[in-house]
Every structure is written in C-alpha cells, then in structure tokens.
Design a protein around this ligand. Structure first.
Ligand code: ZN
Length: 357
C-alpha cells in the first residue's frame, strides 16, 4: 500500500534533519505537500529564512526547553540576527507607509518548534534595532531579549499554533483596511486580480487587544484565510513563506481597500470580473499554496458581493452554470489519495482489533 505524505510529514522530516527530496518512490504526495516541496526547491523561489534556520539547527533544534545558554547562543547567532534585521526592515516599511501609529503594530517570525522572534512593546516600528528584539515560547513567555515583548504576541502565537504553515505574522493599523474593519464591511470581491490571488480576508469580532480571547477569535479563521480584519482595531496577516510576504498581504489589502473606496465614489456602478475569470485566478492561488474558502465552489457562488451591497450578486448564464459542474468533479488523483487514506485507516483498524484478540 502506498504511503501518503502530507505537509506535516515534510515539516517533521525537516525538523529531524532529513532530506525531504528523498521520498519513497511510490509515495502519494498530497497537493499541498507538493506545493511545499516546490516552494523549497523551485528556482528563484522565496525559500524562507525561518525554514532555513529551522533546517540548519535540525541536528540539535533549540526549543523553549533547551538550556538557557543554548537559547542565548541561538538568539545571538548570525542566522537569528539576519531575522532581527528583517523585523527592523519590515517595521520601517510599516511606519513609512503609515500602517502603524505611535507604538502600534507588531511582527513575529517562527524560529523553531515552539519558539518565535518578535518585536518589543512601546517602540515605534519605524525605529527598531536588532538589539530590541525578543524571543518567546508559544505561550508568550519571554526567553531572551532585553526589552519586553509586544503585548499582542498571544495573537501571533495562537495563529502559529493553529496554522502550522504560518512562519511569520504581521499586525498593523492601515487606515483604509482598518476603516473596513471599523465599519464591519468585508471588502467586496472580483475587482482586482492581485487581491484575489494573494489575499483571503475574513473579519474577526472585537475583543480587547492582547487578550487570549482576541487571539482565539483570529486563530479560528486562519485555516482558510491569510489576512484577518480585526473589528474596530486593525489587520493581521500570516505567511507560509517569510515575513516580507506577510507584510505584502498588508500592502495588497490596503491598496485594494483604497481603490474600492475610490471606485465607488466615481458615480458609476463598478465593473467586476466574471466568475469564470475569477476561477482562473483561484487556480493560480491554489497552485501557490494560498488558502481560500472558495476553492471548489460553483462558479455562480464565486463573485457574490451581496453582503457588501445588497443585491450585488453575480449573474451566470445557463451555459456557464453547466460548466460549473466540471469544477466540482474530483480528479483521478484526488480519488487515488482518498483511496490510499481509506486503506491506511482500514489497515490501522484491522491491526488494532488484532491486538485486542
Ligand atoms: Zn493593534
């Protein structure tokens, strides 16, 4: 029977210092695991610094349980220093683009099984230095760093715990996106390709910033969304690539919200792409390993902006409606995958019942 390899299996192999390029020849690799491999190996790909750090320390991974000296050495290593510089650089961009105000905003990068590097509290994101950065465990306890970690770290950590693919998170208060979050308006869809391919946005209800409850409400959404509007507060995004990619989600959302506002003030109904055109973009999105709750939906359900402005729904001709069927048909590969998983479950059950006898 064929072995099924998922993203989780690949991450486990990386952590244990194994070469993920050497897989059993007849192994069945899940589509997301294949995306993961492509990301690691693709020419010119954005191989994440965080993953490199994780792989480089794989022979002796540092965890929150490591000796204090080991944690300090890791925190002061050249690899982690490089990530501290990235945090400073992304902070500077957030400030320059006016996505943060006062000491607002925070950034985190996962640097091990249960540890993350993050920005300090009470420091403007535009003027941070590497020496300001903090190391925490996934419960938010500070392990290293002279300054105190951000008060909003729990939300970042809850995202990382719930979404194992999240290697970096960025939180800030960009005015246009935050305007949508304050009004409780989900940005409409089917207007700009960039937004459709790279963003999957949802709104989390308001809770006091920094509380575990706030973090939980955001974490509840990160399975199918990479950008969360936090009601009456701001935005948080995660990336499976690197911290710059998490920051890009902010630029894309903010530019989009601004453009939508302009378009709706021009005195003319806005044009949208057709569901079939959106379907093309969703295929690209899926191939990039970016989540979206619309994968597998029928075409007539893809550009429904009814919540944005009542009655703004997509019109689909009968011809398009019949094509939509093809989209939901599982392909042969998926069927093979389901069969292999079923076989494994059956086998496990058989061996369990065998043990009882
Ligand atoms: Zn905030």
């Amino acid at each position: 029977m064929k072995q099924v390899i998922s993203v989780r299996d690949l991450e486990e192999m990386l952590r244990n210092g194994k070469d993920v390029r050497v897989l059993p020849p007849d192994a069945l690799v899940t589509p997301s695991a294949r995306d993961f491999l492509r990301e690691l190996e693709g020419p010119g790909s954005h191989r994440t610094a965080a993953l490199e750090v994780r792989a480089s320390v794989a022979s002796k991974p540092v965890t929150s349980k490591s000796a204090k000296g080991e944690i300090e050495a890791y925190f002061n290593s050249p690899a982690v220093h490089e990530l501290k510089l990235q945090l400073c650089e992304i902070g500077r961009r957030l400030w320059q683009r006016e996505y943060v105000d006062g000491n607002g905003g925070n950034i985190a990068i996962r640097v091990g099984e249960d540890i993350a590097l993050c920005t300090p509290t009470l420091v403007s994101k535009g003027f941070m230095k590497p020496v300001d950065m903090c190391l925490v465990d996934l419960e938010g306890n500070q392990l290293a760093g002279a300054k105190k970690r951000t008060s909003e770290i729990l939300m970042h950590l809850q995202i990382m715990k719930r979404q194992p693919r999240a290697v970096a998170t960025v939180h800030c208060h960009p005015p246009y996106s935050t305007g949508f979050a304050v009004a409780g308006v989900q940005p409409p869809t089917c207007m700009i390709p960039e937004y459709e391919v790279f963003s999957s946005v949802a709104i989390a209800p308001y809770r006091t910033p920094g509380t575990p409850e706030m973090g939980k409400l955001v974490a509840d959404l990160v399975d199918k969304h990479n950008t969360i509007l936090m009601a009456n507060h701001g935005v948080v995004a995660w990336s499976h690539n690197n911290v710059e990619d998490a920051y890009f989600k902010m630029e894309i959302l903010e530019a989009y919200c601004r453009t939508v506002l302009v378009a709706t003030q021009l005195g003319k109904p806005v044009n949208t792409m057709t569901p079939a055109q959106l379907q093309d973009l969703l295929k690209i999105k899926q191939s990039l390993g970016i989540p979206d709750p619309r994968f597998g939906l029928k075409e007539c359900e893809l550009c429904d902006n009814d919540e944005w402005r009542p009655s703004v729904t997509c019109a689909v001709s009968n011809a398009e409606g019949s094509q939509a069927q093809a989209v939901v048909n599982p392909d042969a590969e998926a069927e093979a995958l389901v069969q292999a998983i079923t076989d494994q479950i059956m086998l496990a059950q058989e061996s369990r019942s065998g043990n009882h006898e």
